[in-house]
Design a protein around this ligand. Structure first.
Ligand code: PGA
Length: 234
């Protein structure tokens, strides 16, 4: 299976001009590389970026109508967006997304033929309390309840304590979590690692931890570094 490398720009950059510059530099840099590359910019930039596969950072779980601030699967599909990131820990935390909401969003994405990057991961408190597997199991069981076509799901294992901290998860611990997650998905389901990925640590997640891709936040806003990450696993 092809490795999947996802750029998660979060709420960056501050202008459309910068977004285009970063995007175009990535587009040129990944030519000829074998990984599948997806860029998830903020919604407002999606329409202006062309030439690489696009993903949304979220989706709302209704078809349309009276829902101020919502963005529907139909709108994303119409823009040519192919992926939707769902259940990112920042959306769980700041937008108060529960496992049940994550489940509704995943089903909604599938209704429109979007592929899903489904994020799971434990907080530092949950890890310290020895509850990591319990949390992952709950997030997967409730979040994926009633979903048959798990082939179109990509699970991103992102320990919350590793996101944006520079404190990336060790290869051994990542491997353990990936092996655990595999019990709940299909053999064809890709499992990604995310959390302070940079070019010095990226290769080992694929080669030694058994990940089928990476979800890259901060480093994906620096095209040179992001391209290095992609090359490290080529
Ligand atoms: P980070 O973010 O690479 O900046 O840690 C990863 C993510 O949140 O997807």
């Amino acid at each position: 299976m092809k490795n999947l490398i996802v750029a998660n720009w979060k709420m960056n950059p501050n202008s459309q001009k910068e977004a285009k510059e970063i995007f175009n530099a990535i587009r040129e840099g990944v030519r000829g590389l074998s990984a599948e590359v997806v860029v998830c910019p903020p919604f407002v930039y999606l329409a202006g970026l062309k030439g690489l596969t696009l993903g949304a950072q979220n989706i709302f779980y209704r078809e349309g109508g009276a829902l101020t601030s919502g963005v529907s699967g139909a709108m994303l599909k119409d823009l040519g967006v192919e992926y939707a990131t769902i259940g990112h820990s920042e959306s769980r935390r700041y937008l108060k997304e529960t496992d049940e909401i994550v489940n509704l969003k995943t089903k909604e994405a599938f209704k429109y033929g979007l592929k899903v990057i489904f994020c799971v991961g434990e907080t530092v408190e949950e890890r310290d309390a020895g509850k990591k597997n319990e949390v992952l199991e709950r997030q997967l069981k409730i979040g994926l309840a009633g979903i048959e076509n798990l082939e179109n799901i990509n699970i991103a294992y992102e320990p919350v304590w590793a996101i944006g901290t520079g404190n990336n998860c060790s290869i051994e611990e990542t491997k353990e979590s990936i092996d655990f997650i595999r019990k709940f998905v299909k053999p064809a389901t890709r499992i990604l690692y995310g959390g302070s990925v940079k070019s010095e640590n990226s290769g080992a997640y694929i080669k030694d931890a058994g990940a089928n891709g990476l979800l890259v936040g901060g480093a994906s806003l620096n095209p040179e570094e992001f391209i290095k990450i992609i090359k490290s696993i080529d």
